[in-house]
Design a binder for this molecule. Sequence first.
Ligand SMILES: *[C@@H]1O[C@H](CO)[C@@H](O)[C@H](O)[C@H]1NC(C)=O
Ligand SMILES: *[C@@H]1O[C@H](CO)[C@@H](O)[C@H](O)[C@H]1NC(C)=O
Ligand SMILES: *[C@@H]1O[C@H](CO)[C@@H](O)[C@H](O)[C@H]1NC(C)=O
Ligand SMILES: *[C@@H]1O[C@H](CO)[C@@H](O)[C@H](O)[C@H]1NC(C)=O
Ligand SMILES: *[C@@H]1O[C@H](CO)[C@@H](O)[C@H](O)[C@H]1NC(C)=O
Ligand SMILES: *[C@@H]1O[C@H](CO)[C@@H](O)[C@H](O)[C@H]1NC(C)=O
Ligand SMILES: *[C@@H]1O[C@H](CO)[C@@H](O)[C@H](O)[C@H]1NC(C)=O
Ligand SMILES: *[C@@H]1O[C@H](CO)[C@@H](O)[C@H](O)[C@H]1NC(C)=O
Ligand SMILES: *[C@@H]1O[C@H](CO)[C@@H](O)[C@H](O)[C@H]1NC(C)=O
Ligand SMILES: *[C@@H]1O[C@H](CO)[C@@H](O)[C@H](O)[C@H]1NC(C)=O
Length: 583
Amino acid sequence: MRYLLLLLFFFFFFLLTLLSNTIGSTAYEASTLISIKESLVDPLNELKNWDSAAAGKCNWTGVQCNADGVVERLDLSSRNLTGVLSFEAFQALPGLVHLNLCCNSFAGSLPGSIPAIFHLRVLDISDNAFDGHFPVGIGTFPRLETLNASGNNFAGPLPADIGNASTLENIDLRGGYLVGSIPGAYRNLQKLKFLGLSGNNLTGELPPELGQLAALETLIIGYNSFEGHIPAEFGNLTNLRYLDLAVGSLTGPIPAELGKLPFLSTVYLYRNKLEGKIPKEIGSMSSLVSLDLSDNMISGEIPPEFAQLINLQLLNLMCNKLVGLLPWSLGELPQLKVLELWNNFFTGPLPPTLGRNSSLQWLDVSSNSLTGEIPPRLCDGGKLTKLILFNNKFSGQIPAGISACQSLIRVRMENNRLNGTVPGELGQLPSLQRLELADNNLSGSIPEEFSSSTSLSFIDFSRNRLQLSLPNDILSIPTLQTFLAAGNELTGEIPSDVDNGCSALSTLDLSGNHLTGTIPSSLSSCPRLVNLNLRDNELTGEIPPAIATMPTLAILDLSNNSLSGSIPRASGPPRLGDAKHLL
Ligand SMILES: *[C@@H]1O[C@H](CO)[C@@H](O)[C@H](O)[C@H]1NC(C)=O
Ligand SMILES: *[C@@H]1O[C@H](CO)[C@@H](O)[C@H](O)[C@H]1NC(C)=O
Ligand SMILES: *[C@@H]1O[C@H](CO)[C@@H](O)[C@H](O)[C@H]1NC(C)=O
Ligand SMILES: *[C@@H]1O[C@H](CO)[C@@H](O)[C@H](O)[C@H]1NC(C)=O
Ligand SMILES: *[C@@H]1O[C@H](CO)[C@@H](O)[C@H](O)[C@H]1NC(C)=O
Ligand SMILES: *[C@@H]1O[C@H](CO)[C@@H](O)[C@H](O)[C@H]1NC(C)=O
Ligand SMILES: *[C@@H]1O[C@H](CO)[C@@H](O)[C@H](O)[C@H]1NC(C)=O
Ligand SMILES: *[C@@H]1O[C@H](CO)[C@@H](O)[C@H](O)[C@H]1NC(C)=O
Ligand SMILES: *[C@@H]1O[C@H](CO)[C@@H](O)[C@H](O)[C@H]1NC(C)=O
Ligand SMILES: *[C@@H]1O[C@H](CO)[C@@H](O)[C@H](O)[C@H]1NC(C)=O
């Protein structure tokens, strides 16, 4: 009997403790939250409703409870908080699953070691100003799925013990000052989908063990100083979608094994020291959307297999050592928007159908040895804004399909072998700001239509075979800053009709033509004119004093004309070219 009573007593005692524990834990959590608040500096008083007097901690700003009234999520992001973080206090919230402290002003270093928060799945301390070494302890969090500490100033090595947090799916440590190499222990992270380490000071070779991260979808580790080869083992990352190794010191070839990856859509390897040819296997990755291999030392030709890149939108191969003809199949890629091939050794023509089957937006093939005519259908998609063809050997005329391309903003075709006339329609394109046609073999006159442009700011017709006189209103384009037409066969007088415009004009170079008549003194009403070059013409009469004394003018060259009279005294420092040709 006594024994039974004792048993009953213990039973009730047990019940009571259980009950008081639950009640106690809710009250205890509220006081834990209050103590967390007290260690924070909250300049905007965001946590004003965290008040021990008020019941219902679950209604406090940023606090979210589960059905049992236990704190489950704490979202203190973007509230201008500073102060001290106590991981022991967070640990004392036994149901805490999600802790978001991102986007505040927390600074200073974290403790060397942080205690495990048992149920925590998401820890986000991104976009603060934490510095010092990244703490150890993450490896002991048994349920952690996301660690986001990006956008801080963490220094020192990557903690190897993270490799023990085998539940991790996302690690984001981008943007800091972390040094050393990637611990091979990270191979244990078999659930990892996202690894972001870019923008730190990491060095050493990329561990081949990373190829064992079977679940990895996104690997962003560029903007560090990694060296050595890209491990062929990366070809085992069968779930990889996004690979960013840009900006580093990687050497050797692009592994052909990458071509095996069925979902890979983005490959950024730019600005390294990669060599060798583009593996033909890359050309058969129909999943590819963006391929940027620019600024390396890649040689050889573009593989004909690129015809299979039916989803490719961006192809950037600029600044390499590529040679050979461009595969005509590039012109058939239905999604291609950006094609940057400048600074290579490509020869032969552009694919004649380029732009016909896709909405091409940017085309830059400058500084190669390309020949043939400009493909007429580059702008069929109606989206072309940037057309950069300079320093090649393109010939023939500027196609009608280009001069009617309403979307164009920049056209640079200088230093080619273009002939025929300058299409007047170019002057009427509504968005065209920059037109560079220098060093070609263009003939005819400068079309009247240019005078009515409301967008052009930079026009360069220098060193062609342009004739006749300049349109009288050409300098009145309200947006015009630079007009260069040196080294042509222009005749007639310098346009004097600048009264309605020339408010933006800063450089006017008409040197080396056959211009006659006097220098119009109306040029002195161009308030921003800095550089006026009229040398090597057949100008006569006196130099208008209003021009020689313009305060803005820094460079004035009137040499080798038939000007008469004396040089007006200039107030500023104009250089009058070779003075003996002035008179
Ligand atoms: C939280 O606030 C709601 C109304 O906003 C109220 O109905 C509810 O009782 C409050 N919960 C607690 C636990 O105080
Ligand atoms: C809060 O922080 C944001 C972003 O850091 C900042 O722009 C803003 O000025 C801050 N507000 C106050 C009142 O400190
Ligand atoms: C980490 O946080 C930053 C900024 O708060 C955010 O931009 C980024 O997407 C987050 N990373 C992951 C993997 O969610
Ligand atoms: C990972 O966990 C194992 C087993 O608990 C331990 O021996 C090892 O030291 C841990 N690794 C690191 C880098 O902390
Ligand atoms: C980290 O890299 C930056 C930029 O590359 C450099 O200026 C800085 O000196 C480096 N810091 C360390 C600690 O290596
Ligand atoms: C990973 O790739 C390498 C080289 O491509 C290969 O030799 C190795 O067998 C692969 N490992 C696994 C586990 O698939
Ligand atoms: C490209 O467009 C033409 C007609 O404009 C069409 O005949 C051809 O099949 C298209 N090619 C591809 C690969 O879409
Ligand atoms: C332009 O040059 C081509 C040769 O490249 C020539 O056949 C054509 O007649 C020239 N056109 C004009 C208008 O000079
Ligand atoms: C420019 O065109 C003229 C006439 O068509 C031709 O005689 C001359 O050789 C061409 N110049 C160049 C550099 O192609
Ligand atoms: C002067 O200009 C003419 C063209 O107008 C040019 O042929 C001649 O070479 C120039 N003379 C000097 C000395 O530069």
